[in-house]
Design a protein around this ligand. Structure first.
Ligand SMILES: NC(=O)c1ccc[n+]([C@@H]2O[C@H](COP(=O)([O-])OP(=O)(O)OC[C@H]3O[C@@H](n4cnc5c(N)ncnc54)[C@H](OP(=O)(O)O)[C@@H]3O)[C@@H](O)[C@H]2O)c1
Length: 297
């Protein structure tokens, strides 16, 4: 018997990375997993593999930013399964680049996917969970939900906002037997970086005076990727958040994620900034050289 036997769980962004690993993991725990993503071919083949292992899954083509798709996802899940026990809000991507150069439209798009759509989907699921007097909502944030970095702060802002919404929801929904949990992954080896690079390319190509710093940021990021955890690490955390009786408000993994959060909490802000900027390639000597070349130019 799995720990989630017969429970109906929607996982958004289930066609790759953390969402895919989570869908597979929860299915092995006995959940009836409803997998949603835009790439139907991918969720359909994951569904087939899950079923071949003797577990249960449904594949849905769903662009999370489309109100019609969100409604259809909830309506058809309810029609097929009769209930929704958990929602794993996982779909998301990262917009990169210097704030000065990112078109506001691109910033809005990142908020639309990572925040507004997630809120809107939760608004459709909450009344169902309220009627059931039970349910869990798992919001996949990031360490970036508590630490904002230069050249990545649009994405970081979407996750900071998600943390705030989750904190509010946790209190609001407790009286109705619904629990809300935030998951804070650190670096995880998925398609995330590749997608972020693709989405951000037009901005980076126009980054002008910021270009050298963005190069440094990417190098620093590549070094940090050596610490990257596996999607299964996060799937395990989500499985725990769905199965323990009293889940904690937040879970972070892998170990480097917990370390960064502890440093953020305990280091003086300037010292923390120093390390963060350094990781992004913005070192004091580079700042000085840049200032001098601007003065000379
Ligand atoms: N990887 C990391 O280092 C890391 C760290 C911290 C937090 N996170 C968070 O973890 C979550 C999953 O990311 P990942 O690392 O697994 O990235 P990934 O491999 O790029 O997967 C992202 C998933 O989101 C889906 N998605 C994106 N836009 C969507 C939309 N409009 N509608 C429906 N689905 C959409 C994608 O599916 P389709 O393209 O098929 O629609 C895909 O399944 C994200 O919220 C991310 O911010 C990741």
């Amino acid at each position: 018997m799995g720990r989630l036997d017969g429970q109906v769980v929607i996982v958004t962004g289930a066609s790759a990375g953390i969402g895919e690993a989570t869908a597979r993991r929860l299915a092995r725990e006995g959940a009836r997993v409803v997998m949603a993503a835009r790439r139907l071919d991918r969720v359909a083949s994951i569904k087939n593999e899950i079923e071949a292992e003797g577990h249960s899954a449904i594949a849905f083509s769903c662009d999370i930013t489309s109100p019609e798709d969100r409604k259809r996802l909830v309506r058809e899940t309810l029609a097929a399964e009769g209930r929704i026990d958990a929602l794993v809000n996982n779909a998301g991507y990262g917009q990169r680049g210097p704030i000065e150069m990112i078109p506001v439209e691109a910033i809005r798009r990142n908020f639309e996917t990572n925040l507004f759509s997630l809120i809107a989907l939760s608004q459709l699921v909450i009344p169902i969970m309220r009627k059931q007097r039970s349910g869990r909502i798992i919001n996949v944030s990031s360490v970036a939900g508590r630490i904002a970095r230069p050249l990545s702060s649009v994405y970081d802002a979407t996750k900071h906002a998600l943390e705030a919404i989750s904190d509010g929801l946790r209190g609001e929904l407790a009286p109705f037997g619904i629990q809300v949990v935030v998951i804070e992954p650190g670096f995880i080896a998925t398609e995330f970086l590749q997608v972020a690079d693709e989405v951000s390319r037009p901005v980076i190509e126009q980054a002008g005076p910021y270009a050298q710093f963005y190069e440094g940021f990417k190098k620093g990021y590549s070094r940090m990727r050596r610490l990257a955890g596996r999607p299964d690490d996060i799937a395990e955390l989500i499985a725990r958040a769905l199965t323990v009786e009293r889940p904690r408000p937040r879970y972070a993994a892998p170990r480097h994620a917990r370390l960064f959060l502890a440093l953020k909490r305990f280091l003086p802000e300037r010292l923390f900034d120093y390390f963060l900027n350094r990781q992004a390639g913005i070192t004091p000597d580079k700042v000085e050289t840049n200032r001098k070349s601007l003065d000379a130019g």
